[in-house]
Design a protein around this ligand. Structure first.
Ligand code: SF4
Ligand code: SF4
Length: 427
């Protein structure tokens, strides 16, 4: 339950990027020798569709079993050279499929027939693992009908402007995607959220209601956008019962491109920040190893340097340059070891900085004590866990370098998991 009223922003004050005319065209990254794609499903012995040596085409669905809904979309033509278990965030068990690429692309044609008549089933079957990774299953949930689709035109974290780049350069594909979504879902209320300074760039060009957000961080955080649209935040049941569904601009453009051309897009727009903070924009096949992008931009990785997927406030560190970019990777941030602020095991000194900075007025100094001890239910019931909009500002200012944001994410994940298990048991 959320207990406190929202909110009072205080310093420090950061601003989101605006996609400017100076933004360079993305560098097109050549097809790498191998790509690795994740199927968000545990690898079981019974999997019969994907074996080493299986030939695949560009745009082909890759599922562990032919009837499975969950799949990856092959971003290249080639041959499967490895199928292995992969441990994702929070211990989720996925399957990593590595494909050795062949020269040239042979497009898979299965989608072309489905593209003639947009439906939720075809969106879910073919588009859910495409660039931008649109979540389609919530739109099919009859217990929690969606009445508003929010097309997310900003990037939630600082520095990153890939969504704005897509908004600016792919208006036609976006409008086509919006039309497909309207047709497939029957939902008329589609809102595009953009920074308020750039509203005039999009008004009249995009076929949806434009909703501005202030450029000040963290107003583009999805939960903050949700609060500004509805006056509410989700509780432990998540966003589904609120009837609002978020899809990022790149995903909508992907949908538009796919249904206009009959082919599934396989390239992702990614911003790469080198150790000097210089931003490079790239277009790369989903599944391209991070190291390939870094090499293209001359970024050398040394021992103890840090590679982060996402932005400086809410991004997550990855452990190897060999890991691939996913359909939802908007940015890669590289930090030299000399500038990395280390987490510590210092205790909270009750300085109150986290409380003063929190835009949702969460009593963070008290909440963190419960979360550190794994007392998530108490943290939620007594200290407003569900008011948190996941901006990461508390971690940023914490003098004891406590990873508060990570504790909060873990707590919400664990509570959500417990609730799902209870609901399953009741059925
Ligand atoms: S991440 Fe921290 S600062 Fe941001 S809303 Fe949550 S508790 Fe407040
Ligand atoms: S900023 Fe860190 S040290 Fe200060 S009160 Fe918050 S958790 Fe404690």
């Amino acid at each position: 339950m959320r207990k406190r009223s929202f909110f009072g922003l205080s310093k420090p004050c950061f601003h989101y990027e605006l996609a400017t005319d100076a933004a360079a065209e993305p560098a097109v990254i050549p097809t790498p020798e191998t790509v690795t794609l994740y199927i968000k499903q545990e690898l079981k012995r019974t999997s019969n569709s994907l074996k080493v040596g299986t030939p695949v085409k560009t745009g082909q669905r890759l599922a562990l079993n032919a009837d499975d809904e969950i799949c990856a979309i092959s971003s290249v033509t080639g041959t499967v050279c490895a199928v292995a278990p992969f441990l994702a965030d929070y211990g989720k068990a996925w399957t990593a499929v590595t494909i050795k690429t062949a020269a040239g692309d042979t497009p898979d044609t299965e989608f072309s027939e489905a593209s003639l008549e947009p439906s939720l089933e075809s969106l879910n079957r073919y588009l859910a693992a495409c660039p931008g990774e649109p979540a389609i299953t919530p739109l099919m949930d009859e217990r929690n009908p969606v009445h508003t689709i929010v097309v997310y035109g900003g990037n939630a974290d600082l520095l990153i402007d890939t969504s704005l780049y897509v908004l600016k350069h792919s208006a036609e594909a976006l409008n086509a995607g919006i039309e497909v979504l309207r047709k497939a879902t029957g939902i008329e209320n589609i809102v595009i959220v953009v920074p308020e300074e750039s509203v005039q760039n999009y008004s009249g060009h995009l076929d949806a209601r434009i909703q501005p957000f202030p450029r000040q961080y963290p107003f583009a955080q999805p939960l903050m956008v949700l609060f500004n649209l509805t006056g509410r935040l989700p509780d432990e049941k998540g966003i589904a019962p609120m009837g609002v569904h978020f899809i990022c601009a790149e995903a909508v453009a992907t949908i538009g491109q796919a249904f206009s051309s009959g082919r599934l897009p396989v390239e992702k727009t990614v911003a790469v920040f080198d150790k000097n903070g210089t931003r490079h924009l790239a277009r790369a096949r989903v599944g391209t190893p991070v190291g390939v992008l870094l090499k293209t931009f001359g970024v050398e990785i040394n021992d103890q340097d840090k590679i982060i997927f996402g932005g400086p406030m809410t991004g997550k560190a990855i452990y190897s340059e060999d890991l691939p970019i996913g359909p939802d990777t908007d940015a890669i941030l590289v930090q030299d070891k000399s500038v990395i602020p280390l987490y510590s095991d210092y205790p909270c000194i009750n300085c109150g900085d986290c409380v003063r900075i929190c835009p949702a007025n969460v009593p963070v100094n008290l909440l963190v004590r419960f979360l550190e001890a794994g007392q998530y239910t108490e943290g939620a019931d007594l200290y407003d866990l569900y008011s948190c909009i996941e901006c990461g500002l508390c971690s940023y200012v914490c003098v004891s370098r406590i990873p508060i944001y990570q504790y909060i994410k873990l707590a919400k994940y664990e509570l959500g998991r417990t609730l799902s298990a209870e609901e399953m048991n009741e059925q």
